[in-house]
Structure formats: C-alpha cells, structure tokens
Design a protein around this ligand. Structure first.
Ligand code: ARG
Length: 651
C-alpha cells in the first residue's frame, strides 16, 4: 500500500487544469511531522502564492474544495499560513490493514522491473579481511534484497581485488620469508603474516628517508611559531599569524611522530633491521613480482593460483556466516585478458590518445586525464573498470549499476563514469554508493592497540559472545520465564550478534563515519536490531499464548477494528512499509528502512503497553488485536529479512 502516492495522486487530480506542473506540487504532500496535525500534510499553497497572486489560505481553501479524497480522509483542514492537514479515516486504515494482513507481500506492490547490477564487497583478497569490508558487503546485500523484493531484476557481482599489488608482496614474501611448517599448518595465517611483514618493511624503508626532512621541517616550524608568538605579544594584529604558525607546528610534530612510530615499531625487533638491509628497496622488488605475474611468468602464476583459493576460502567462510551470496564473482583477474583489446578499441574510436608513451582518456571537467595504460605497458584499476562496464553491458544489459565502494574512491568513480559516458554508455545509470569509515573508540579508523587491523571473523565471534551475555543472561532468562537449551541460546546469540553487526552498520547514515562498538550494538534498548528482534519475539509469545493458529489465510477471520490511538498509530505505521521501502531506494539509503523498523517496534511497544490483547474487553477486540500483533510480526520479520537480519521466536 503506497498511501503517500495515493494521496499525492488525488492532489495531482485536483491541481490539474488549475496550475502548471501539477505533479511537482502534488509531490509536496508528505507524512506529517507532528501527529497532532494529522497523518499527512501538504505544503502547496504557500509556494503558489506568487503564481496565483492570492493569499495562501485562500489558495489552500480552493484546493481543498477541488480535492476529492473523502473516501480516504476526514475533511481536510487548512492550518496556519496555508498548510493542508489530512487525517486518514479509521475505516480506511482498518480495511487496508486487513488486506495487507492477508497478502503474502504484506500489501507491498511490485515496481516495473529494471535490471540492476550491484558491485559490492569486492575485498582485495590475500590481505587480511577487516571491519572496513563489512560496510560494502552489508549495504550492497541489503540493497540487493530490497530491490529484488520490489520486483527488480538484480545481478550481484563481487568484483574481487584478486590481481593487485598485494600479490607481488605475498609472492616476494613467500619466496624469501616463508615458514614452510607454518604454511602447511595454516596457510591463511602464514600468508597474512608474510603480507604484513613485507608491508612493514616497505613502510619502514619509505619512512627512513623522510625522517631528516621532517626533523628540519619541525625545527623551522618551531622557530616560526616562537617568532610569531613574540610578534603577537607586541602587536595583537599578529595573533592570527601566530595561531596559524602554532597549527603548522602541531602538524609538523604529528607528521614526524607518525614516521617515528613506524620506524621505532619496526626497529623494536632487532632482527627486522637485518632483514630490511638484506632486502633493499623492497617496494620495487614487490612491484616487479606483480609485473611478472601480469606478464604471465610461470612461477608467479603458479604461486598466485595456489594462494588465491586459500584466501577466497577465508572470505567465503565470512560470507557463509553472514548469509551473503553472489550471482557472480568476477574479480579483476577475470578481466585481465580483455584489457588490451579494451584499450585498443578506445584508441581506434579515438576516445583514448597516446601521451608521452602512456594511453589516456581526456575528460571534460577534470584536470588530469584518466590513465588506462602506463608507459611500461601496465594496465590500471580504471582500465579494468572500463572493461568491466563493457562486459556487463554485453552480458546483462543493465539499466543501473551500483558501485558500493568506500568514499575515498569517489574521484575514481567520477572519472570512470565520465569516461563511460564519453565512450557511449549513456543508457546505463552509473551510481557510486559511497560510504564512510568504520571508526574505533578513539575516533580513528578501527584498529587494535598494536596497530594491526582486527580480523573480521574475530569480530563476528565477539558480537555473538556479547549478544549471549546480554540476551541469554540467566537472570534475565529466568525473569522472562524462558528456559533454553544451550543449543537454543547459542542460536539466539548467533542471530542477535550477527544481526547487530549488520544493523549497526546499516542504521548509520551510510555517508557518515561510525564507531564500531560491539557492546553497544547488542543492547536490548535503543535503535538496535536486538530491540526489534525482541519485539518480534514478544509478539510470537503473545500469539503462542493465545492458542490461535494464525496465518495468512486464517487471519481473514480476525476482523480488524481501530479504537485506541496507539492502535491507530501502529496501523498507520504498518501501512507505510511500502513507502519506507521505496524511500530507502530514492538515494539508496538502507537507514531509511532501519528507522522505519525501529519506529514500528517502538509503536508496537506503546500499543502493547496501552492496549490489552489477550484479556481485551471483548472477543472482537481480542481477535482484532491479535491480527494487529500478527501483522506487525510479519512486517518486522520481512523488514529485517530485507536487511539480511534474522529473527527468533523466543528471546
Ligand atoms: N577492490 C577494491 C577495493 O577494495 C574495490 C572494488 C570496487 N569495485 C569496482 N568495480 N571498482 O578498494
């Protein structure tokens, strides 16, 4: 049920033939912010004041008299300077809710289908997976589920980073530093150690030459700050200069400290120093290994083929636990054989040009061109992405491609989309669904104290454990009269813990950074999935106690009537499910759906607080309220399901 579009449609009809652009004005009907003013509100009269040259209240009155909406709403009310307030009829709400209750899709319609490719998750394999990878995975999965539910054709594709420079680092590490026993015992752990080792040597070697310059810079900044401060004491006009000099000093201190931290951390183990001396300029060496791999060197290719399945297996185990599935996993390596022909055809079509030995695409509106082949013949990330668009167009003919990728890549995507348009892909709507960083308690990107990024599997375990502590606390269980086998409580903790990780991510505005905190995310109060899952379980317990067999068919015999205000608000919220789903796709914000579900759960709580269900005053009211409970449970379950989050019947 799309109540909002139904009402907008009536306004559209009333405005047609009276003003220009009736659709634009009809779209100004929205859900009322304050329920005291009704359920929906139209702010149309004020913006029309100039055009119609009439007082807004007069316009509002005329609009109301043209409006034919009596079957849905009570008499429209003109308020304040010219707002139109609408209150739905209880009979309309009850009727619609009964229809939704009996519908397998809860009254949610299907849209005319469009084809979406969703490019998400896409970790760079062979590096340890960490919490930053969650965002793309969880947001992409939720969008895929919502789009599918609304009737779209969705193709999910995991564009794995399986061909990048990390392999050069690991291959170098393997050739020089592998511990064969450790590799045999646990190849994932050993490969991850090799990656970190090579990375730390490179970081050290890059840091050392910077040290002297940074120290000099700090001395200069100190001197300038001291001079500026002295000058400011004499002349207060110099205060701004002094503040700027102080700021520059702080940043010089920070830069030096960061480099010193890398050097000291590395040197803490004296063996490291010898290793760094024995492997000078490791960055170049690792790059050479990558280049050899890309040129088809047999040894490196064999190593890559050996390492790849090992790290993919690790990622897949995370996907399995999170219930994430892809239609395709076409990583960067898949496109490698296609890249020369992509570049050639762009050259042939005069889209790309040679410039100082490299091949690039010049783009209007960008200072630097997009490089697609380096002078040494190497291809780039952007080249693969262009080949990927070409492939997707050929194979899937998508209407839309969503790239769910970190905000730091926004420039890459802006250029890529401009290049794709220049190359003639003007019919595909290309969208970068960007997201912010996952932060630790210190407000910096999430890391352990030692500086290593925490592994993802470990965090999943931790969330489950915390969920167990909170939800399966023996005292709480006893109070709630819930006796659970160890098996059942483990399952509850799993569903709550994994749901919490997803929900915490989805409920934050995706473009903002957010703090990852497993303790907060499993709480039973506040905007958490645990709270919503708990309301779901309460509903199931009410239904069990009622002794009724409720399902989509039998519910037809439970007539709905709305009398109390808490009951009415809950019904209205239930009927706004489809509007919330559609709105979450307007700009691809799953947080619209989490907010909707949280509000629904809270409204259920007040309904249950204010209205007796099992011992209602009459049998009719009892049956009506059971139907409302049942339908709320279904919407909560469906909504969480669209976010990839499960429910349990008892918790
Ligand atoms: N592997 C990349 C990374 O981790 C993300 C890939 C996103 N998808 C794409 N088509 N570029 O940074």
């Amino acid at each position: 049920m799309q109540i909002l579009s139904l009402i907008r449609n009536r306004f559209f009809q009333a405005l047609t033939g009276w003003i220009d652009q009736p659709e634009e004005y009809a779209s100004r009907v929205s859900i009322a912010r304050d329920p005291q003013h009704g359920d929906y509100q139209a702010n149309i009269a004020m913006p029309l004041q100039k055009t119609l040259n009439l007082p807004p209240r007069e316009i509002a009155n005329q609009l109301v008299s043209r409006l034919s909406i009596g079957d849905l709403c009570h008499e429209a009310e003109v308020a304040g300077p010219g707002f139109i307030n609408l209150r739905l009829r209880d009979s309309f709400l009850a009727e619609q809710l009964a229809a939704a209750a009996q519908d397998s899709r809860l009254g949610v319609g299907c849209l005319p289908s469009r084809t979406f490719v969703i490019d998400y998750s896409a970790p760079n394999v062979a590096k340890p997976m960490h919490v930053g990878h969650i965002r793309s995975t969880v947001i992409g999965d939720a969008l895929a589920r919502i789009l599918r539910f609304l009737g779209h054709q969705v193709i999910t594709d995991n564009h794995l980073g399986d061909w990048g420079t990390q392999f050069g680092m690991i291959i170098y590490g393997y050739k020089h530093f592998v511990d064969p026993v450790a590799f045999h015992a646990d190849p994932v752990v050993e490969l991850s150690r090799l990656y970190r080792l090579v990375q730390s040597i490179i970081a050290y070697q890059n840091a050392c030459p910077k040290l002297e310059k940074l120290e000099q810079g700090l001395n200069v900044a100190r001197k300038q700050a001291a001079e500026a401060e002295a000058a400011a004491k004499v002349d207060s006009k110099q205060k701004k200069v002094a503040a700027a000099a102080l700021k520059a000093l702080r940043s010089a201190e920070d830069n030096l400290a960061a480099v010193e931290a890398i050097i000291n951390g590395f040197q803490a183990d004296p063996k490291n120093l010898t290793v760094a001396q024995q492997h000078p300029d490791l960055e170049t060496q690792a790059q050479l290994e990558t280049a050899k791999l890309h040129q088809g060197d047999a040894e490196n290719l064999a190593l890559w083929e050996r390492f790849l399945p090992i790290s993919i297996a690790e990622i897949e185990s995370v996907y399995r636990r999170l219930d994430i599935h892809f239609d395709h996993t076409l990583g960067e390596s898949f496109y490698h054989p296609l890249l020369s022909s992509t570049v050639q055809s762009l050259l042939d079509a005069k889209m790309a040009v040679e410039s100082e030995g490299a091949i690039c695409i010049f783009l209007e509106g960008f200072d630097a061109p997009m490089l697609i082949r380096k002078r040494d013949g190497a291809f780039l990330y952007a080249t693969t992405d262009l080949a990927t668009i070409e492939y997707r167009q050929r194979e899937f003919q998508p209407d839309v491609i969503l790239y769910v990728v970190d905000h730091r890549q926004s420039e890459h995507f802006q250029k890529l989309f401009a290049a794709a348009r220049a190359c003639g892909y003007t019919d595909i709507d290309l969208q970068h669904i960007s997201f912010g960083t996952v932060l630790g308690p210190d407000g910096k990107p999430f890391k352990t104290r030692s500086g290593a990024v925490i592994g993802l599997e470990y965090l999943l375990d931790e969330a489950i454990q915390r969920a167990h502590q909170v939800v399966c606390d023996p005292q709480r269980m006893q109070k709630a009269g819930l006796e659970m086998s160890a098996e059942e409580s483990q399952e509850v903790a799993r569903v709550v813990g994994l749901g919490a990780i997803k929900y915490a991510d989805l409920s934050h505005n995706r473009t903002s950074d957010y703090e990852f905190n497993t303790e907060k995310m499993v709480q039973l109060e506040g905007n958490t999935s645990a709270y919503i899952q708990y309301m779901y379980a309460r509903i199931q317990s009410i239904i069990r106690k009622s002794g009724e067999q409720l399902d989509q068919d039998s519910i037809a015999h439970f007539a709905i009537q709305l009398t109390e205000s808490a009951e009415r608000s809950l019904a209205l919220q239930l009927l706004q499910f489809e509007d919330a789903l559609l709105q979450s796709l307007d700009e691809y914000y799953p947080s619209v759906l989490t907010t909707y579900l949280y509000t629904l759960a809270k409204q259920f709580a007040s309904f249950f607080d204010q209205c007796h269900v099992l011992n209602a005053d009459s049998e009719e009211v009892r049956r009506s309220r059971l139907a409302i409970c049942f339908t709320t449970g279904r919407v909560l379950k469906q909504g969480l399901g669209l976010l990839g989050i499960g429910v349990v019947d008892r918790m």
